[in-house]
Write a protein that binds this ligand. Structure first.
Ligand SMILES: [Zn+2]
Length: 74
């Protein structure tokens, strides 16, 4: 039977917990990215994709400077 030292055990534990946290972060990050992708609005004048803030009703296009209302399709 192989025995490991305390520092090796700690290193192993730290690596595992870090890997677990990283996987958890990746999971929530990809979930958030998917949610953000739904809040992309396409300008009806120049087809520029504009990201929307939550609760935003009016939008100013960064390319053609047009102000337009955002209608949420439910
Ligand atoms: Zn535009």
């Amino acid at each position: 039977m192989m025995r490991i030292t305390l520092s090796e055990a700690f290193f192993f534990y730290a690596t595992l917990s870090l890997a677990f946290l990283f996987i958890l972060w990746l999971f929530f990050y990809s979930k958030r990215r998917r949610l953000e992708k739904r809040r992309i609005f396409i300008c009806r004048f120049c087809q520029q994709k504009v990201e929307l803030e939550p609760g935003q009703i009016t939008l100013r296009c960064p390319r053609c400077n047009a102000i337009q209302n955002v209608e949420m399709k439910v």
